[in-house]
Design a protein around this ligand. Structure first.
Ligand SMILES: NC(=O)c1ccc[n+]([C@@H]2O[C@H](COP(=O)([O-])OP(=O)(O)OC[C@H]3O[C@@H](n4cnc5c(N)ncnc54)[C@H](O)[C@@H]3O)[C@@H](O)[C@H]2O)c1
Length: 328
């Protein structure tokens, strides 16, 4: 397979490239990434010499850049796997415009390119497009989309475009919608790396409101395995939810991290809640489990301490990013 992947200097894309180079060593992968504040060219520096990997610095809202990246493949792409996005909800509340540009317009440009090249299009989406749940129930693929933040609205807009390209132009598309990811290479603005790195720097973990919001956490490698399965075996036009039935209140994650780091709960501080903060996300992943045979390999019991260890051992990776973030 020849695949064009977008946004792989970010968290999940980086892990996906590493996963595919290991699991499908004969594939050729080209990564297009604009290297926004969330992209880090160091993430994949060590695979740059691999003849199965290529990098093109470019913007997915620019058709010339998309073609330039595609031309690095030998022949037409068989598939496009689309990770590139503005992904931080707090930023979307402050500056929604760039989310519409990248997440909606960028997806439109890529869909047009996929159609021209007759390539399968895999849209990496999020459970946040479904909106919020009360204390019970789960998101299934049939749950109506009801996004509440500018971020999730822009991802839902992109998902609708993907659906339209399948229905109208018969493009071979697949959408995956995953719950919150954690693991190595996550930008230190997101809860788990922010918490671990703050503790390492002698700072506190900021928890929104009373910390009662519930998220369903999945290790990034389990997400990558699901994406690869959906790419290879997913039915055209179908949506697959990915989640590990691992619901945690934010306050309990903070307490768990403090425990793993051998510190006290006075290292947790409550801060003003996020506007429009969704209460609970929880994924029903029955479809991908039954139809494609997906199973998560990690539990929080194994994945969380391993992730903490990774951030402890890779201060050289996160420190410059955090310094840059604080200077913004
Ligand atoms: N992180 C999660 O928990 C999670 C969960 C479910 C789905 N997702 C989805 O997975 C995808 C990847 O998420 P992530 O956490 O790795 O994001 P990230 O913010 O870590 O990385 C995004 C990457 O996209 C690149 N990018 C941004 N705008 C671009 C543009 N205009 N052109 C080219 N590249 C651009 C950035 O430079 C960065 O490398 C996103 O589409 C997100 O919606 C994320």
């Amino acid at each position: 397979m020849n695949i064009l992947v977008t946004g792989c200097c970010g968290f999940i894309g980086t892990n996906f490239v590493r996963f595919v180079l290991k699991e499908r060593p004969d594939w050729k992968i080209v990564n297009i990434d604009a290297l926004t504040y969330a992209g880090n060219s160091e993430n994949l520096r060590d695979v740059e010499g691999n003849p199965h990997y290529g990098f093109f610095k470019g913007d997915i809202t620019d058709e010339t850049d998309i073609c330039g990246a595609g031309n690095l493949l030998s022949g037409n792409p068989d598939a496009i796997v689309h990770f590139a996005a503005e992904s931080h909800v707090d930023n979307s509340i402050k500056n929604p415009g760039v989310f519409i540009r990248t997440n909606v317009e960028g997806t439109l440009k890529l869909l047009k390119y996929a159609k021209e090249k007759n390539a399968r299009f895999l849209q990496v989406s999020t459970d946040e497009v479904y909106g919020t749940l009360g204390q019970t129930g789960y998101f299934t693929e049939d749950t109506p989309l009801a996004p509440n933040s500018p971020y999730s609205a822009s991802k839902a807009g992109a998902d609708f475009l993907v659906r339209a390209w399948h229905e109208t132009y018969k493009l071979d598309t697949v959408i995956t919608r995953c719950s919150n990811n954690y693991g190595p290479y996550q930008f230190p603005e997101k809860l788990i790396p922010l918490a671990v790195t703050n503790l390492m720097q002698g700072k506190k973990i900021p928890v929104y409101g009373k910390g009662l919001n519930i998220r369903d956490w999945l290790h990034v490698e389990d997400h990558c395995r699901g994406i690869l399965l959906a790419l290879e075996k997913g039915e055209a036009g179908r949506v697959y939810n990915i989640g590990g039935n691992n619901e945690w209140k934010n306050i309990d994650i903070a307490k768990e991290l403090v425990k793993i780091m051998g510190m006290d709960e006075d290292k947790i501080e409550f801060v003003t809640d996020r506007l429009g903060h969704d209460l609970r996300y929880a994924i029903d992943a029955t479809r991908i489990r039954k139809e494609l045979g997906w199973e998560p390999k990690y539990t929080f019991g194994t994945g969380l301490p391993e992730t903490v260890k990774w951030y402890k051992e890779n201060e050289n990776w996160w420190k410059p990013l955090k310094d840059r973030l604080q200077a913004r």
